[in-house]
Write a protein that binds this ligand. Structure first.
Ligand SMILES: [Zn+2]
Length: 520
């Protein structure tokens, strides 16, 4: 998602938090969602089938679904079951104990989904028209979670390992854009059905669709590993003439991301974007794009900050996913650090340093990692972007490029931290500590788990010398110090080091740390 610090959310539209006991026993394998979308009535109807592995026998199953719908029936392994549906929860009281093992629940439902207040932050359905008067429907759900419109286990720690299928029926003439690959399109009377299928594990907030009078502009992209992937832009017909150039811009973004983070993660399916009435969102293999082709320049080439940022989430957020929103900064902070690496790649190291100098201002009211079992709303603070990406900038300086860049790439390409496996801040901390041979816990604690600044103490000493030490970090770190003799990098810890200078030294001139400098 893109940064918006003054967003308003409503408690019932948040996902994650403490995992419910009745949901811990389910491992979701697959979602099938088949819906007829009545655009003039803002109404959806159909069914969802949830395939899961039950880890232990149970009498009760629990799923999340906003309670604005009417549920017509629920079957568990094809047997009708009774249920309660209130407070955005479906409780299925099973007639007989359901044994451990594979199970399938089908919910037949209909109703008016929640209308988005301010997408992509305040989620829901957006029902609008393009400038030619054609219907245009968008869905966003990162904050609300999938329960916005389909029954699910709405927690970041469980993605359907075998993917999802979206079978969406719309008035003929309109096009549905969805995740994965378009298996087939069928038409019946005045309706068209689009069957989208992804075999990859996918977060709930990427299991959604957009509807519009789209033209599909495609080309092939060859990944850094030599795989051919279709690159598709579902662009409004009225903007079709802009699509080829926009794909050129996108291609450049994907190339730079691949350089730092490895192959595009969904190479067996597609690189997708779809034009939306809201600004944008990182929907896996079908990124929402609504920045209206407003380019600036980086490295002399057209640059679209929105598209660059959202595509970064294909690696950080979609491929690498946190199991608890408490670690949201891994999506937004490391994702935004990738935006800075794009600047570095296109314009060089000085431009990269300036990028961070201009962004070293944080709200700093709460730590980036506020604890455990957080819901999306509580975890979403502006600092997960700004301070989170700045932390990666700090980490790079502390451990040095020869370790930092390979470690970052290893993390995002390691099976342990990607696809079916979820991550925590502790995983990042331990992986970087192991690869660098430095215990980085004090650094992670200071900058991620507190709001404290690094305190650097500079004290005048006799004979044109200054003593420099750290006050609140239990490790030694490199510090750039500029004196009348130039800039040098010195290892500094709690024990004072002596620096000779006729003038007051300038500490950390390039701003690698979020700090407070005390001069005595
Ligand atoms: Zn984002």
């Amino acid at each position: 998602m893109l940064l918006f610090s003054s967003r308003q959310t409503f408690a019932q539209f948040t996902s994650g938090g403490q995992l419910k006991r009745e949901q811990e026993i389910m491992d979701i394998r697959h979602y099938t969602i088949a819906l007829d979308v009545n655009i003039s009535e803002h109404f959806i109807s159909g069914y969802a089938t949830i395939d899961f592995n039950l880890l232990q026998p149970t009498h009760v199953l629990l799923f999340d679904l906003l309670d604005s719908f009417h549920i017509k029936s629920i079957t568990v392994n094809n047997k009708k079951q009774s249920f309660n549906y209130k407070n955005n929860l479906i409780t299925i009281n099973l007639a007989n104990e359901l044994p451990a093992g594979k199970a399938a629940v089908t919910v037949v439902y209909e109703g008016k989904p929640h209308t988005a207040v301010r997408p992509p932050w305040d989620d829901g359905f957006t029902w609008t028209k393009d400038s030619l008067g054609n219907p245009w429907v968008a869905v966003t759900a990162e904050a609300s979670g999938g329960k916005l419109f389909f029954p699910c286990k709405d927690h970041p720690s469980d993605e359907p390992n075998e993917g999802a299928e979206l079978i969406i029926t719309v008035p003929k003439g309109l096009v549905v854009a969805g995740p994965g690959l378009l298996k087939k399109t069928t038409t019946k009377k005045d309706k068209a059905t689009y069957d989208w299928n992804t075999n990859y594990t996918i977060n709930n907030y990427s299991i959604l669709f957009n509807i519009g009078k789209y033209k599909v502009v495609s080309r092939d992209y060859t990944t850094v590993n030599g795989n051919k992937v279709p690159m598709q832009f579902y662009v409004l017909e009225e903007h079709a003439d802009k699509a080829e150039h926009h794909l050129d811009v996108l291609e450049q973004f994907v190339r730079v991301r691949e350089k730092y983070f490895g192959e595009y993660p969904w190479a067996k399916e597609k690189i997708g974007i779809v034009e939306t009435p809201h600004l944008g969102m990182e929907h896996q293999t079908m990124n929402a794009y609504g920045n209206q082709f407003r380019y600036t320049k980086i490295g002399g080439k057209d640059y679209d900050w929105l598209m660059n940022h959202e595509f970064g989430h294909e690696w950080w957020g979609n491929k690498v996913t946190v199991k608890d929103w408490a670690d949201y900064w891994i999506h937004e902070g490391i994702g935004s650090f990738g935006d800075a690496l794009y600047v570095r790649d296109m314009e060089g190291e000085d431009a990269y340093i300036n990028f961070f100098k201009q962004r070293a201002f944080f709200e700093n009211k709460k730590p980036i990692v506020q604890g455990k079992d957080l819901d999306e709303e509580s975890a979403y603070i502006g600092d997960i972007y700004s301070k989170g990406s700045f932390f990666m900038h700090t980490l790079r300086f502390v451990i040095g490029d020869s370790i930092f860049f390979p470690t970052l790439k290893q993390f995002v390409t390691s099976a342990n931290f990607t696809y079916d496996n979820f991550v925590t801040t502790g995983d990042v901390e331990q992986f970087f500590s192991k690869n660098s041979g430095i215990d980085l816990q004090p650094l992670f604690n200071l900058f991620l788990r507190t709001t404290n600044r690094l305190e650097i103490h500079v004290q005048r000493a006799p004979k044109d010398t200054f003593e420099i030490k750290l006050d609140n970090l239990e490790m030694t770190i490199p510090l750039q110090i500029t004196t009348d003799k130039g800039t040098q990098t010195i290892m500094v810890g709690k024990k004072p080091i002596s620096v000779a200078s006729t003038s007051l030294p300038i500490v950390d001139p390039n701003m690698y740390y979020f700090e407070r400098i005390v001069i005595e």
